[in-house]
Design a protein around this ligand. Sequence first.
Ligand SMILES: [Zn+2]
Length: 654
Amino acid sequence: MKRFLLTIIFLISITAFSLAQISSDWIEQEIRTKTVWLENQRAALIQLPSYANTNAYDVTYYTLDFRFDIASSILYGEVTIRGLAAESNLQRIDLDMDDNLSVTSIGGDAFSYTHRNNILSLQLNKILNENETFNVSITYSSLEKKNNDRGIYFQYHDSAPVISTLSEPYYAHTWFPCKDRLGDKADSVDINITVPSELKAVSNGTLVRIIENDDGTCTYCWQERYPIAVYLISLAISDYTYWSENYFGIDGFSSMPLEFWIYPDFDTIARPFLNMTADMMTHFASLWGEYPFIKEKYGQVQFSWGGGMEHQTATSLGSFSEMLICHELAHSWWGNDVTCASWKHIWLNEGFARYAEALWREKDEGTIGLKNYMTDLNRPSRWRAGSLYVQDTSDVNNIFNQIVYDKGAWVLHMLRGLTGYEKFFEILKRYRQEYSGGFATTADFQKKCEEIYDQSLDWFFEQWVYGVGQPHYQVNWQAYRHSLNSWKLKVAISQIQTGATIFRMPLTLFFSDSLNDTTFIVTDSLATQYFTFYCNFKPDSIALDPDNWVLKNATYFNFYSEPQTRPEEFRLHPSYPNPFNQWVNIKLDLPYDIPGRLAIYDLTGREVAILQDGLFKAGQYKTQWQPQGSASGLYFVSFKARYIHLRQKIVYLK
Ligand SMILES: [Zn+2]
């Protein structure tokens, strides 16, 4: 009864879950948008002159002052940059600055400049030794309307102006001169934005004051005092509806505002989702350590692009859904506080934020919610070929691709399965502590995992991060009477995937009948590996990895040894249940030995699973098909031998 109830609950939650997933197109949008930016950037990089000395200095601080001629979509900026020489005899600072921006004047330690090929070269009035500081300032304006998909965007919503930015991966330099690269975070930034008094201006960090000017404008003064990558600096301006609430830290005494700026007509749409933020933040803080920017705020502000963008302490949102809010919030830890050191390691941002979605589902729905969410992310048909680690970053489609999100989340889930709950979250906490405010690579993360797990994980990262594909396990098993109260279980696990190596993984095997169950854990690492177990009942079913800790496909195959009768004819029994939701039982009678192929086909005739291929001994076969990553719909069970073709319709309902 308990099992029956559980099945019903499982069916209900699958239905609810599927509905929830249908509305999650935002991740597709995020990928599309980020791909477009990167493509544009690549074109710009081709033009990047080789003389640019952007590695010769570190930026420590920016002051950014912005004003606008909104009617003409023109930006006026004044930028002050402080930095340190990273080499001796430094007399020139090359900044990234789009040719669409026009310099009005320079100051500080700069006495002359050239501006071409999107590089602003500032000649200094002194020669710097390594670690000596410089201070330069630039006033400028944009040359023309900039209504395109790069950097800053002038738009209207319901006749109110909306000015917003999106700089990932390298578009900050289209709206202010800067060092527009990964690898150098500024220690702090001041952002002062002057707008007509009826508008609100939102940016990173803390709003320290609003200055009322005499000309009907006011100036919003924001201060970001945590290290920040330049692509995470943002501004968003409109006639927002504003509200806030308090977040209380997990230490019990620190607190911080959660702030919301939404288009007035979106209030009722957005609020139910945004109201979940505090609970999500409390949950993630308890898992990973406190929200990284607790001395400032967590803001969410509506903007003109699709999906969302994890601007530091000021997430931009183009739409509203529970998992979008969750994903962008999780980037505060993974992406903003700890930033991937290059695009090859993008899974350290996106895979982590994706797994946060599963953790939030787990918080809500428990183990079954986590299991279902991970099942839904096991969709290799949506992934590009190749490894999770981006070997070739010259093709942008390799970087922002579903594999980075979904398989990235799976790698974390498998690490948790391997190391156990305590150690896994210890790894995440310590990894974050060590790389907080900086950059990390896959090797850095692996090192932290090995430190806590206290064993080499080369084999794990080699197969799951740097290697390709996933295992497809075919489980063959038989039960024999061993003694009066004991049964011998013989299990053969074959890895039948093509185009991938043989995987090494610990696997749980769960045997049951209607009254009993038992579990065994094995380490599987061969093309075909045999295991023998003993138990005190005769199981009628087996499940490999029943709690779904391993990214895989699995098919089951069971030869009936009792009663030892030879069937009289070839027969494919009616499969059951049909329609089915989790798995379908398939029964086949063979009167004599025959080579054949038992497989599943979809409506178009495509083979979606091979259940068994090769010589079939005479007897009665019972097997199961458990679709993973297949769509709901009509399928065919097919047994094909030389002169025989048995076929049967089955219906899979997710
Ligand atoms: Zn993301």
